[in-house]
Structures are given as structure tokens and as C-alpha cells.
Design a protein around this ligand. Structure first.
Ligand SMILES: *[C@@H]1O[C@H](CO)[C@@H](O)[C@H](O)[C@H]1NC(C)=O
Ligand SMILES: *[C@@H]1O[C@H](CO)[C@@H](O)[C@H](O)[C@H]1NC(C)=O
Ligand SMILES: *[C@@H]1O[C@H](CO)[C@@H](O)[C@H](O)[C@H]1NC(C)=O
Length: 332
């Protein structure tokens, strides 16, 4: 069946496109480009490249819609441990054409452990997803609701693997800490370093890079030990199903101005047409047989899976006027 779809797809491609030469790791997109050549959007990722077939046929894909009624309280989930060695870090911020990406330099390593993780994981990249409107932009949804954005702290298993690329395709390879972004008058201190006008405008175009020093990754973490966790995949091709996801139960905040600056970033080089980077999100994937566990003690404990405990979210993704730091994404 997939072959048929593939055949049709290639049959209708603009003529004289050398397909094979396009089968490289960057040949994918989040949305259709009105002008220019065909680039596969999420529904085609798994069909255009056999190395990416998990994107189409995988059963543990990310992101997902977190339905809080399906969460299971797991009293054995300890708090996540962040280890910076007490040092600030430097990093290079990039416009990759698809995301705002910050890669820490090798001098000051940051790792996480504990929580659902059986190993120590080293921070590889901080990645920002965001929407063209305030009601969308996060990859994960909460009871069907999106948030204006989502920060993903991508780590690899440094106990078992030499580097990110080896870990990404291997069991227990990746741990992603995910934090929803909401809008407020004040900005998270870490995100403010990345998103203030002087800094963000340095990476307006694809391949732009800008060095930042004296960053404290602990500033990015909201003040809570509560999280939601499940086993999933990386959310870009090749969609390897090697990621433990940890969604922090409080959002971080950016200003409306900073969100506006993000939306002004281009997916393209300066000499090409402006194409906003916003809505750089993969649609949610089916949960299927997986469990969503949490250390939020919202009711009597239960270790059965799946279960159907009712749980009321404290507020919705795009609701205004929530005081900074006042409440969790989900309330106990
Ligand atoms: C969870 O909350 C219930 C009710 O408040 C309490 O009785 C129980 O001890 C708590 N469990 C844990 C592991 O904290
Ligand atoms: C984790 O990071 C801390 C601080 O940089 C470091 O001391 C520790 O050795 C690291 N753990 C591993 C397993 O590398
Ligand atoms: C990652 O580690 C593997 C195994 O040690 C090695 O073969 C590969 O070249 C490394 N890749 C990068 C990008 O460093």
C-alpha cells in the first residue's frame, strides 16, 4: 500500500527533480511550501525514505496528546536531578531553518539523571518550537489544547553511548525534558538571554549562529519537581523510538514581543523568500498501548495500566492571566 502512495507521490512530482539526491537527512518540512519544489511534510516523512519508515509505521511515536484522565500516578518516580557541576555554560544559538537551536559548548557539560531515567544523560541541544498563533506551537498537547510553544532539552545517554548520533538510534538513547511555553509580561531568565531583541535578531536567517556565554541551564527549569513521563520517539525524521519524554508540570514564560520576534525568523537564507519558521511542530501521534506516568499525586495511587482516573486540568493551554509560577500545568 505504501508503495502505491509512493508511486503516486513521485509520479506527480514536478519534472526534472533528481529524487535520489534529495534523500538526505534534511529533506523534510513541517508544512507545504507554496512556492518552490516538493519537500515532504509529516504525513510523508515515513514514505519518502526507507530509513525513516518508523515515522509512518512506528507504534511509540511522539509527540502525543496528554490526556490527563489516562495518567497513572507512580509513587516510585523520584525527582529529576540536574547536574551542572555548579558552572555556567556557553553555547551557540542557531537558526537551523527548522528550529531555534542552542548547542552547549563542550567545556561545561550538563547532565540529568534520576526520575524515570536509569542512566545519566548529557545535554546536546535546547530546541524551541512555536506557533504562528498563541493557541498553537507546542508539539505535545494537553487534553487537546496546544500552548504557544515548547522548549525541548534534548539529552543523550552518556553512560552507554559515545555521542548523540549513536544514542539516537539505540535503546534508552535519548531523554527529552519538555517545557511548555506560555505568554506573560515577564520572561524566563534563560529564555530572555536567547530571545531578547539584540540576540534573536542575530539569527534571522537559516545558518545564522550566535555565541552566548554565562548561561545557567537551571534558570530554564520551572520551580517544580512534578512531571509527566512516557516512552516515545524523536519528533523529526528518522523518528527513532528511543526517547524517554519528561514533561515538566509548569510552563515557562516569554513575552508577547519575544514570541513576535520568533515568528519573524525565516526558514530561508537572506537571499531567498521569507518563510516564517513558526508552526514547526509534528502533529500528535497515537498513544496506542503506552502508559503515561506522573509523580503528581492527584488521587489514590494506582499502578495498573491503563487506568481512567478522572483529573481536572488546572488551566487550559492558551488561557490568559495566569500568574507566573503560581500553578502547575496539571493540578494535584
Ligand atoms: C498521595 O496522596 C494521598 C492522598 O492525599 C496520600 O494518602 C498518599 O500518601 C500520597 N502518596 C504518596 C506516595 O505521596
Ligand atoms: C554529570 O555532570 C557533572 C557536572 O558537570 C559531572 O561532575 C559528572 O561527572 C557528570 N556525570 C557523568 C556520568 O558524566
Ligand atoms: C559517534 O560515535 C560512533 C561510535 O563511537 C562513531 O563511529 C561516530 O563517528 C561518532 N559520530 C560523531 C558525529 O562523532
Amino acid at each position: 500500500m505504501h508503495n502505491t502512495i509512493l508511486f503516486c507521490l513521485f509520479f506527480f512530482l514536478p519534472a526534472a527533480q533528481p529524487i535520489t539526491s534529495k534523500l538526505d537527512e534534511g529533506w523534510w518540512a513541517y508544512k507545504d511550501v507554496v512556492q518552490g519544489s516538493f519537500v515532504p511534510v509529516p504525513s510523508f516523512w515515513g514514505l519518502v525514505n526507507s530509513a525513516w519508515n518508523l515515522c509512518a509505521i512506528g507504534k511509540r511515536q511522539s509527540p502525543i496528546d496528554i490526556e490527563t484522565s489516562h495518567m497513572i500516578f507512580d509513587p516510585y518516580l523520584t525527582p529529576l536531578r540536574l547536574n551542572t557541576g555548579g558552572h555556567k555554560m556557553g553555547g551557540t544559538m542557531y537558526n537551523t531553518g527548522k528550529h531555534v537551536s542552542l548547542r552547549p559548548d563542550k567545556a561545561h557539560l550538563v547532565n540529568i539523571s534520576g526520575g524515570p531515567l536509569g542512566y545519566s544523560y548529557r545535554l546536546e541541544e535546547v530546541r524551541i518550537h512555536f506557533g504562528s498563533e498563541d493557541s498553537q506551537g507546542s508539539e505535545h498537547l494537553l487534553n487537546g489544547q496546544g500552548f504557544p510553544g515548547e522548549v525541548q532539552l534534548i539529552h543523550y545517554n552518556q553512560d552507554l553511548y559515545a555521542n548523540y548520533s549513536e544514542a539516537a538510534k539505540s535503546p534508552h538513547g535519548i531523554a527529552v525534558v519538555s517545557i511548555f511555553i506560555k505568554l506573560s509580561e515577564n520572561s524566563n531568565a534563560f529564555l530572555n538571554r536567547m530571545l531578547n531583541r539584540d540576540t534573536i535578531t542575530r539569527i534571522n536567517y537559516k545558518h545564522d549562529a550566535f555565541l552566548l556565554m554565562g548561561l545557567n541551564i537551571a534558570d530554564l527549569y520551572p520551580d517544580t519537581t512534578r512531571y509527566i513521563t512516557y516512552e516515545g520517539s524523536i519528533t523529526i525524521p528518522p523518528c527513532y523510538e528511543t526517547s524517554t519524554w519528561i514533561l515538566i508540570n509548569k510552563p515557562v514564560y516569554v513575552t508577547q514581543m519575544q514570541m513576535h520576534s520568533l515568528r519573524l525568523l525565516s526558514q530561508n537564507e537572506p537571499y531567498k523568500i521569507f518563510l516564517s519558521m513558526s508552526d514547526n511542530t509534528r502533529p500528535t501521534q497515537p498513544l496506542l498501548q503506552r502508559c503515561i506516568r506522573t509523580n503528581i499525586n492527584f488521587s489514590k495511587q494506582g499502578r495498573d495500566c491503563p487506568n481512567n482516573r478522572a483529573l481536572r486540568p488546572q488551566y487550559r493551554g492558551n488561557m490568559k492571566g495566569t500568574r507566573r509560577g503560581s500553578s502547575g500545568v496539571v493540578s494535584a
